[in-house]
Design a protein around this ligand. Structure first.
Ligand SMILES: Cc1cc2nc3c(=O)[nH]c(=O)nc-3n(C[C@H](O)[C@H](O)[C@H](O)COP(=O)(O)O)c2cc1C
Length: 199
């Protein structure tokens, strides 16, 4: 079993989302002791954003790319290969301004590739990253779970589902900026959700 863990917080030290993602990975390792873990910390090692040079590299046929364009596409190819080979994907995601950190958007932009991780058929789009389990550790300063303002969770479910990653378990730690007692409660609830993961 291969576990791919993505830490999306912009801080590489002291991030609650990373601590919870570490907890989920530890729980999966306890259930599957032979599991191999691959870690990508997007704070320390961010993926480049989808800018104009990246787009033009992607849309240039492989045999016509410059060495720079080939190198840029190879960075995305490497992320896609990691996701394709993973059985479980654990992502620690803080809420930033109702969305995700830019670093996670860049990672998702890189793994969404037509003809590789999704395709369009006569019946509509089809996700090609099937048969994997995804665990999302969502941390928030406020309380948004199951409210219309929680567009972050809806977007993550939609875009990951579009790629075939439909089996998603959400772990929420909310109220982390609402005082010590609220933060303690939010983290304790998340830890209880992690304890209940059946793998
Ligand atoms: C730039 C920034 C934007 C944030 N935006 C929101 C927000 O829109 N809603 C919210 O509930 N919390 C927001 N927060 C609070 C974080 O979601 C919360 O502190 C979270 O635990 C941070 O994750 P981390 O500990 O993994 O770094 C924001 C924090 C930062 C630093």
């Amino acid at each position: 079993m291969k576990i791919l863990q993505i830490n999306a917080s912009a801080r590489s030290q002291g991030a609650n989302s990373t601590r919870l993602a570490d907890g989920i990975t530890a729980r999966l390792k306890a259930i599957h002791p032979a599991a191999v873990v691959e870690l990508r910390d997007l704070a320390r090692n961010p993926h480049p954003m989808l800018d104009e040079p990246a787009l033009s590299a992607l849309f240039t046929p492989a045999d016509q790319r410059t060495p720079e364009q080939a190198a840029r596409v190879a960075l995305d190819d490497a992320l896609i290969a990691k996701v394709q080979s993973a059985d479980a994907i654990v992502i620690g995601v803080p809420m930033y301004n109702f969305g995700t950190p830019t670093q996670l958007k860049a990672w998702i932009d890189a793994i969404a590739r037509a003809g590789v991780t999704f395709r369009y058929t006569e019946k509509g789009p089809e996700g090609l990253l099937t048969g994997k389990k995804v665990y999302l550790a969502l941390t928030r300063g406020g309380l948004y779970r199951d409210t219309p303002a929680d567009t972050q969770a809806v977007w993550l479910k939609t875009v990951l589902g579009f790629l075939g990653l439909t089996d998603i378990e959400f772990v929420y730690a909310e109220g982390l900026a609402m005082g010590a007692e609220a933060a303690r409660k939010g983290l304790a609830e998340a830890e209880a959700q992690i304890e209940a993961i059946a793998g």
